[in-house]
Write a protein that binds this ligand. Structure first.
Ligand code: GLN
Length: 538
């Protein structure tokens, strides 16, 4: 078997430089040259997974087919590569320590003092090579979360040092992403923070092979030469990453800068064919040359932080490009919507998407928004909690079950149209205990859902605890709320829709996790199409 090659991506100077996008772009180029490539992320926090993190703190939690609750960067990896990731692609310090401590309790280190070096670093190195050892990949890119110099990333940095040494010449390289800030007062780009960051890496025994420099302005030749000399890298290994209008532009920018070619050279791999980005560029062209514009209201409670709904926003971008439509997402805070102001709050929107979420805050506003969309024939798309709100709204306003609710919000309701499954009732632990990952769903022939998917059976990813209570399904169905998707194993209703409406659909799962550039999600595509039509008819 050929040796799997490893590329480690570290970050310096500040966080939020877009390591995930650089890693995904490099992976995209290598994939487009014909290399089987995957990306994994190692995060320095102590949560075992990001599932228990508030979206305000860390952005959205991304869910994989195998039900792992992971960092949102895995979403970028899937959207760029169109290859599913799994639990193995995301490791946190918490998971590493948990596993080492469990081994210690089982007596696997009996007699030994368990230490960061070698026990934690060995565990990290083992996990870093898990996907590589599967034989499925030629190149594994590992993104190290955090910024070099942070206390918590030290064990990862030490593991990278050891692994690069163990793998031997040309088998493991380090790409270091830094910031080259522009000082407006001096009118100059500054290299010193990058020099310091490379020095910090050196103190841990790691020499950067490639520097990727985030910048707002073009790096001159002179400046690149200076960075090369002082950071001890080849001139061709100084890569500029200039601000782009969209993240989907970055693979092309990296191609122009030769990031993939330099990486392949360092790894002693042939360039093979030049990258096939034909479909990617068709998408990009559509994205940048829209023929229509629509305003879509995103009704949620985490609207202040863009990253909270990352996959939804990206799925709307994919669907917008497919429809040659610019989608303006208008964030509407559900907490401030009520029956009196709903028309005003939703004014000018061509459709609404009611977002996923947890807890009581803002739900009455969501229900009002659904009602408005249903009655005024405004395209409506409800995801997870958004679907649950549509069921409650229908029960309250069409069936007249005035106190209909979810038991997540009101345990005492006499119409618990959304309720916990038996299996969930005894669960008290919070981490990794929801209904997670891919589940099968059969589509009822003749429904909107079946026509959108063009299939009779689908697999979609879930992340929720509460369910549509099947005790109420026939009453609601008789009143016009169609159950158009059913889980064949559990009989749970996964999709609801209504007739005589331009677009009204709610899904218990999260379609946004499966939307990629190569495969925009059909529900998002149809929803955006419906908003374009709605706008035309207005
Ligand atoms: N809070 C709801 C539940 O747990 C919805 C979850 C979600 O929207 N992801 O069922």
């Amino acid at each position: 078997m050929n040796q799997t090659k490893y590329i480690f991506v570290t970050g310096g100077v500040t966080s939020s430089l877009g390591k995930g996008i650089i890693a995904a772009s490099l992976a995209k180029l290598l994939q487009a040259r014909g290399y089987r490539t995957t990306i994994q992320k190692f995060d320095p926090y102590i949560n075992v997974d990001p599932g228990t993190l508030n979206p305000y703190e860390h952005g959205e939690c991304f869910v994989t087919d195998d039900g792992a609750e992971t960092d949102l960067d895995l979403g970028h990896y899937e959207r760029f590569l169109n290859v599913p990731t799994s639990q193995a692609n995301n490791v946190t310090t918490g998971r590493v320590y948990l596993s080492v401590i469990e081994k210690e309790r089982r007596g696997e280190f009996l007699g030994k003092t368990v230490q960061v070096v070698p026990h934690i670093t060995n565990e990290i190195k083992e996990r870093m090579q898990l996907l590589g050892n599967s034989g499925d990949y030629d190149i594994v890119i590992t993104e190290i979360g955090g910024t070099v110099g942070d206390i918590e990333s030290l064990p990862y940095i030490e593991s990278v040092r050891q692994l690069v040494w163990e793998l031997g010449e040309n088998n493991g390289i380090v790409v270091h992403l830094t910031l080259v800030p522009y000082l407006a007062a001096a009118g100059e780009l500054k290299t010193k923070p990058t020099q310091h960051s490379v020095k910090t890496l050196m103190e841990s025994g790691i020499k950067a092979d490639i520097l990727v420099c985030r910048t707002e302005h073009e790096l001159s030749d002179e400046l690149r030469q200076k960075l090369a000399l002082f950071c001890n890298v080849k001139r061709e290994a100084v890569i500029q990453s200039i601000d782009a209008s969209t993240i989907y532009e970055v693979p092309n920018l990296m191609l122009q800068e030769g990031l993939d070619v330099v990486a392949l050279k360092k790894l002693n791999l042939p360039k093979k064919n030049s990258p096939d980005l034909k479909n990617w560029n068709v998408f990009l062209h559509r994205l940048k040359n829209p023929k229509h514009t629509v305003n879509i209201g995103l009704i949620g409670k985490y609207v202040e932080l863009q990253d909270s709904y990352k996959s939804i926003l990206e799925a709307l971008i994919h669907a917008g490009a497919t429809n040659e439509t610019k989608v303006n997402v208008v964030s509407v805070h559900s907490e401030y919507i009520d029956a009196d102001n709903v028309a005003d709050k939703l004014k000018g929107l061509d459709g609404i998407l009611v977002a996923p979420g947890f807890g009581e805050r803002g739900i009455e506003g969501k229900i009002e928004a659904v009602r408005y969309a249903r009655e005024n024939k405004l395209p409506f798309f409800g995801i997870c909690l958004g679907m649950q709100m549509a069921v409650i709204e229908y029960a309250r306003n069409v069936l007249n079950y005035k106190d209909a609710n979810s038991t997540e919000m009101n345990q005492g309701t006499s119409h618990a149209v959304i309720d916990l499954m038996e299996a969930q009732k005894s669960i008290t632990d919070k981490g990794g205990t929801m209904r997670l990952g891919a589940w099968k769903c059969d589509l009822k022939p003749g429904t909107l859902a079946a026509s959108i998917y063009g299939k009779s059976s689908i697999m979609e990813r879930h992340r929720h605890r509460y369910e549509y209570n099947s005790d109420f399904a026939s009453a609601l169905e008789n009143a016009g709320l169609i159950s158009s998707g059913i889980n064949p194993e559990t009989n749970l209703v996964e999709i609801i829709e209504i007739k005589d409406h331009p677009f009204f659909i709610g899904v218990q799962y999260h379609p946004e996790y499966k939307s990629t550039v190569a495969n925009p999600h059909p529900l998002f595509v149809s929803f955006v199409q419906a908003t374009v039509k709605a706008k035309r008819n207005n």
